[in-house]
Design a protein around this ligand. Structure first.
Ligand code: URA
Length: 431
């Protein structure tokens, strides 16, 4: 086969065959397709798109460009993927809850991207815990505990690793076809039987409008089912942070509260975590999903699973009982107060996410080292009524100067006005 013929087909708006796309993906992984060819391919796909069938073939080819995990476990192997938001720490709740419902969750996760936080960065706020484990160790933790959340080894979807880096420098990131193949190749390499997608939409998401979120969700659901993994999606609101905390250790703390049964600590986070767990369980024939998920949390079994996972990944063995003492705390805390009365009319989630990055809770360049302790807590809700002097949030910072700067950014990100339009958390289901 010839990379030039495959690129030319996409340039002519034709769909290369499954064999051709699989060959191209393999060539990306093996280095037999050049950077120039990869860039030309990405641009052709970006401009002309792939057909539904082409999207499935590219996803499968990229998935199969490296190791694909196989499981022989006495329960279904399921996972969730979120397209990224702020205060979104659902994974830390969903994985142990599902494990407590006799599901196996081999979750290969990512780091923060742009203004959004990353599950791996949040987990690494737990002292001693390492997300870099071998595939053998990953398999053992999943088998023994029921869940593990780790970073992809170099053997998982290497075609995506190469193509993603090339897309990043060739203005070809924003293609639904390429995003779909990129996300799913890594997720499906974990050997999943079922997947639920949380496609976020709004000020704190990459997709700002429901139409864009729907187009991505439809492409992802179609390609994932086409590649043999039972998949559904929820389109969810990201016009306000999902949890009242944004950062790394502070989000882990909120998850610990929810797993302790303190639902009031983060009602939206709890609602979405339960909804995503139920969606997955119902897709796999469980008829009393809501009751099982609620029991997993209220009985403490999900918290036990979280503690076992943390211990197996090198974290403190008593994390479930004594998480307060283990999580790092920032030296400076500062209450940001409302300068006038009114209702919270809008929250710019992207700006809040960038505030956390500026505090040191995310990376501006790849080599930045994250400060796990910094962030924002006690965040106001969209629509909440405020008197002058009420708290908008608490800043956790490394220095007074950082705290003051973050406080200014928070005030700019939160609009206090007359009325707020608060929509539903779950906007649509794509099945
Ligand atoms: N996340 C990914 O893994 N790939 C993309 O292309 C976009 C988001």
């Amino acid at each position: 086969m010839d990379a030039r013929a495959i690129i030319a087909a996409v340039r002519r708006k034709e769909t290369p065959t499954a064999e051709e796309l699989s060959w191209f993906a393999n060539g990306l992984a093996q280095g037999t397709v050049s950077d120039a060819q990869a860039g030309a391919f990405a641009m052709a796909v970006c401009l002309n798109g792939l057909s539904d069938a082409g999207r499935v073939s590219l996803t499968q080819g990229m998935r199969d460009s490296g190791d694909v995990l196989r499981w022989d476990l006495p329960g279904p192997v399921l996972d969730k993927h979120s397209t990224g938001g702020v205060g979104d720490c659902v994974s830390l709740i969903l994985a142990p809850v599902l494990a407590a419902c006799d599901v196996y969750v081999p979750m290969i996760s990512g780091r923060g991207l742009g203004h959004t936080g990353g599950t791996l960065d949040k987990l690494e706020a737990i002292p001693g815990l390492s997300v870099d484990v071998t595939e053998r160790r990953f398999a053992k933790i999943v088998r023994d505990v029921g869940c593990a959340i780790v970073s992809a080894t170099g053997q998982i979807a290497p075609a995506d690793k190469r193509l993603y880096a090339i897309r990043d420098v060739t203005a070809t990131v924003e293609s639904i076809d390429l995003i779909t193949a990129s996300i799913l190749s890594k997720k499906l390499a974990a050997g999943l039987e079922g997947l639920v997608l949380d496609v976020k939409c709004g000020s704190g998401a990459f997709m700002k409008t429901p139409d864009d979120a729907r187009a991505l969700a439809t492409a992802l659901v179609g390609a994932s089912n086409g590649a043999g993994c039972k998949t559904e999606a929820l389109i969810t609101d990201m016009n306000a942070p999902l949890a009242p905390a944004l950062g790394n250790a502070v989000e882990v703390a909120v998850c610990m509260e929810v797993l302790s049964g303190n639902v009031a600590a983060a009602p939206r986070l709890y609602e979405l975590s339960v909804a995503l767990c139920c969606q997955l369980l119902e897709m796999h024939g469980v008829t009393d999903a809501q009751a099982r998920v609620t029991r997993a949390i209220q009985s403490g079994t999900a918290m036990e699973k979280f503690g076992q996972m943390v211990a197996a990944m090198g974290g403190p063995p008593d994390m479930a009982d004594d998480w307060h003492t283990h999580l790092p705390k920032a030296p400076v805390t500062f209450a940001v107060l409302a300068d006038r009365a009114g209702a919270v009319a809008a929250i710019n989630g992207e700006a809040l996410g960038l505030t956390v990055v500026a505090l040191g809770g995310g990376r501006r360049i790849e080599t930045d080292k994250i400060n796990p302790a910094v962030g924002l807590t006690d965040m106001v809700d969209l629509g909440q009524s405020l008197s002058q002097g009420d708290r908008l949030c608490t800043v956790h910072a490394a220095t007074d100067a950082d705290a003051q700067e973050a406080a200014q950014s928070v005030r700019r990100a939160i609009t206090i006005g007359e009325a707020a339009n608060v929509g539903p958390l779950i906007i649509e289901r794509i099945t």
